[in-house]
Design a protein around this ligand. Structure first.
Ligand code: ATP
Ligand code: MG
Length: 230
């Protein structure tokens, strides 16, 4: 827990420092130079976005650290998959990554926390796009499993992959394979820990397989109906 607080403070300090430095530069005269002004304002905006994302993720972590409160409903995954696609297709296009989403009609209605499940899929597909070089592909594939008792969500990418030594640790909070690269992509290493907490709260399982320079696949098994509490 102490490590967690230390990590959080560190992660908050980095964008704050960048914002302060950009503001100082503007004061010192960059304000009068059109190009410099645009550059520093962009920095401030980017770092503020990063802070917002980080704080939102922390709120989710804090929320999940106690007993996670899930708001269950029954909903269809076809619509959810379309929403995830709608949220990220622009992002994929900018990265020149092909985004493919499959969710056939025979996938049953599930009982789950819809917002949280959406967050899971967005986190995974967002990662997949982020860690896939241009002209690669990312696939979200949802199917029925175990005779309709479970669903299987696969997020498959043709990206940079994860070295075997890092693979067991990627679900830890703040763990990033390559900190320098993640700094560029703007991640703090919370997404996958949130994903795992949410899936486990739904009595599901998440498994990852990966090969460096070939790609990564996340498999999620989720029960269609939640077990009735004792
Ligand atoms: P955040 O999600 O908090 O914005 P992040 O994306 O860096 O930051 P996670 O989503 O928790 O953090 O992922 C942890 C690390 O696992 C990443 O930094 C990256 O090194 C690695 N990783 C995750 N998904 C993939 C993927 N699809 N391909 C390659 N590496 C991945
Ligand atoms: Mg992430």
């Amino acid at each position: 827990r102490r490590d967690f607080v230390a990590n959080v403070s560190h992660e908050l300090r980095t964008p704050l420092t960048a914002i302060r430095m950009a503001a100082e530069s503007l004061h010192m005269g960059a304000m009068r130079d059109d190009r410099m002004r645009a550059k520093f304002l962009n920095n401030i905006q980017g770092e503020a976005d990063r802070l917002t994302r980080l704080v939102n993720e922390l709120l989710t972590v804090a929320n999940l650290m106690g007993r996670p409160i899930l708001h269950m409903s029954n909903f269809d995954l076809q619509t959810l998959a379309e929403q995830v696609e709608g949220t990220l297709e622009h992002h994929a296009k900018l990265a020149n990554v092909q985004l493919i989403v499959n969710c056939p009609d025979d996938v049953p209605v599930v009982e789950a926390d819809r917002d949280r499940l959406q967050q899971v899929l967005i986190n995974l597909v967002d990662n997949a796009i982020k860690f896939t070089p241009a002209s690669g592909a990312v696939t979200l594939d949802i199917s029925s499993q175990a005779g309709g008792k479970e669903i299987l969500c696969k997020v498959i990418d043709s990206g940079i992959g994860i070295p075997p030594i890092d693979l067991p640790r990627i679900f830890e909070r703040f763990y990033r394979v390559d900190k320098a690269r993640s700094r560029v992509t703007g991640g703090v290493g919370l997404g996958l820990s949130i994903v795992k907490d949410i899936i486990e709260a739904h009595h599901g399982r998440i498994v990852v397989t990966s090969e460096v320079n070939k790609g990564t696949t996340f498999n999620i098994n989720l029960p269609v109906k939640q077990p009735t509490p004792e």
